[in-house]
Design a protein. Structure first.
Ligand code: NAD
Length: 498
């Protein structure tokens, strides 16, 4: 039997985490058994950390962007060299199965690659000036210290989306990881510190602050943090958004989802079944993009539900350390209680639990939940709520208009999918009057986005966009420049003065 604590210590040491960081008052538990793994030191003076990062930013902003890219390139290499260690820590702290833990680390490597390319493509536009002999253009400049607040369920990928991009944009980063997953954060911090030292970048360019909500609040309220990129629950975003806005800071909010897929009569039901099981039961239902609602045409509902309940019945639930396990534990007891309460509420609303919902006693105080499918008579309040556990609510529809209306009638707007072989239906779902989400897929489940696209969602999901495409713009400030080389003073709009 593997000693989980030893395994964590070995991975941390290999990444370069110093022993001093591993003595403190914040207890770190593993969801695999519920036992304490280690305890870590909490950050006392967030203000001092932010000030140091701000000073580093003042130096870093004048380093040419392609040179900044070299730092991120090295970071990507180091993450690649420590892929196994980091994946081990993700499994131990967040409970992910090996393949998903490795996938999360791969996402970090991918976004570093992306950011290195981006470091030569921080394009501004030039526009024709209405005045002869004038040039009108925009320039993108570094912004300052970016505060990154992250959630437990993607303990490292979300950090890397923000950090790789922020660093090439010329910003400094102060990271507040989830208090449930500080070990992966310490490991990443050691790697970024090493890259910074090797490339002689300013030493405080990246700092990590450890602790709970109060540590996050100190970052949120700091006037030296012009951008707070916060990932977590809608409750958290509701608090963070107005606080940052009150000091005219910017936020990039990546909050809860309540993602749905529509299954039409022409869908390939075998492909849909595989996609749905991964999206709904994978990561034990603990992704922001987890599939939580299935909207199925009445003509295929029974057949699809038959396939799904059979697949759910065979899902290997167990320790993520065991080869073959597909569903690991929930993060903690509270998560399982939330799941049970949601299932009770669904039953009260007339829902029929077709499969799952129980707890498997696998190891100690680990909360291993059986992924559940619940057929609902209508989209009641509990269906419209994000419960961070593997519950898939099933609703049926007759017309595509009805399906789209049901799909959009929730407060969240993160990810969505349609399963169809009818191009008109697919195009309708992608159109302006189709899905209202930030991520809209065809014949693919709601989870498992690639880093090249901008990631994020609408409504209570917060509106932020991170990672690929032009998401980098949120990390920079834009200056519009008019340069007069005409030798005369010409005022815009033909205004005469003096
Ligand atoms: P959470 O909201 O409990 O915590 C997230 C982070 O916010 C933690 O680091 C926490 O310490 C911090 N925090 C909490 N309250 C704060 C406050 N008032 N001020 C400053 N910081 C505060 O979320 P969680 O349970 O760790 O993660 C699960 C949630 O995150 C789900 O709702 C999930 O959908 C969401 N999530 C969203 C995305 C996305 O990209 N949209 C990605 C991952 C997770």
């Amino acid at each position: 039997m593997i000693d989980l604590r030893e395994s964590a210590l070995t991975a941390l040491k290999s990444c370069g985490v110093e022993a001093a960081a591993l003595t403190g008052t914040l207890s770190v538990r593993t969801p695999l058994t519920g036992a304490e793994l280690l305890s870590v030191r909490q950050t006392e003076d967030v203000g001092a950390v932010v000030s140091a990062a701000h000073a580093a930013y003042q130096e870093w902003r004048t380093v040419p962007a392609p040179v900044r890219g070299a730092l991120v390139k090295r970071l990507g290499q180091l993450i690649g060299e420590h892929k196994d260690d980091l994946a081990t820590l993700v499994t131990l702290e967040a409970g992910k199965i090996r393949s998903e833990a490795l996938g999360e680390v791969q996402e970090m490597i991918d976004v570093c690659d992306f950011a290195v390319g981006l470091s030569r493509q921080l394009y501004g536009r030039t526009m024709p000036s209405e005045r002869p002999g004038h040039r009108l253009m925009e320039t993108w400049h570094p912004l300052g210290v970016v505060g990154v607040i992250s959630a437990f369920n993607f303990p490292v990928a979300v950090w890397s989306w923000n950090t790789a991009i922020a660093l090439v944009c010329g910003d400094a980063v102060v990271w507040k990881p989830s208090e449930k997953t500080p070990l992966t954060a310490l490991a990443c911090t050691a790697l970024v510190d090493r890259a910074i030292a090797e490339l002689h970048a300013p030493k405080d360019l990246h700092r990590t602050v450890i602790g709970g909500r109060e540590v996050g609040e100190a970052l949120v309220d700091s006037p030296l943090v012009p951008l707070v990129s916060a990932t977590g629950s809608t409750r958290m975003g509701r608090e963070v958004g107005p606080r940052v806005a009150a000091r005219f800071g910017r936020t990039l909010l990546e909050l809860g989802g309540n993602n749905a897929a529509v299954v039409t009569p022409s869908a390939d039901l075998d492909l849909a079944t595989r996609a749905i099981v991964f999206a709904a039961a994978g990561t034990a239902g603990q992704r922001c993009t987890t599939l939580r609602r299935l909207i199925v045409h009445t003509s295929v509902a029974d057949e699809l539900l038959g396939k799904l309940t059979t697949a759910y019945g065979k899902l290997p639930i167990g320790s993520p350390l065991d080869a073959g396990t597909l569903v690991g534990p929930l993060i903690d007891e509270a998560a399982y209680e939330n799941m049970t309460a949601a299932l009770d509420a669904a039953r009260k609303d007339g829902g029929e639990v077709l499969v799952g919902g129980g707890r498997r006693e696998i190891d100690g105080d680990g909360y291993y939940a059986e992924p559940s499918i619940v057929r609902m008579p209508s989209q009641t309040d509990i269906v419209r709520t994000e419960t961070f556990a593997p519950i898939l609510y099933v609703l049926t529809y007759e017309t595509l208009d009805e399906a789209i209306a049901l799909h959009n009638d929730v407060p969240q707007g993160l990810s969505s999918g349609i399963f169809t072989r009818d191009q008109q239906e697919a195009e309708r779902f992608l159109a302006a009057d189709g899905s209202d989400c930030g991520i809209v897929n065809v014949n693919i489940g709601t989870s498992g986005a690639e880093i090249g696209g901008a990631f994020g969602g609408e409504k209570e999901t917060g509106g932020g966009r991170e990672s690929g495409s032009d998401a980098w713009r949120a990390y920079m400030r834009r200056a519009t420049n008019t340069v007069n080389a005409s030798g005369q003073l010409l005022l815009a709009q033909d205004v005469s003065f003096l």
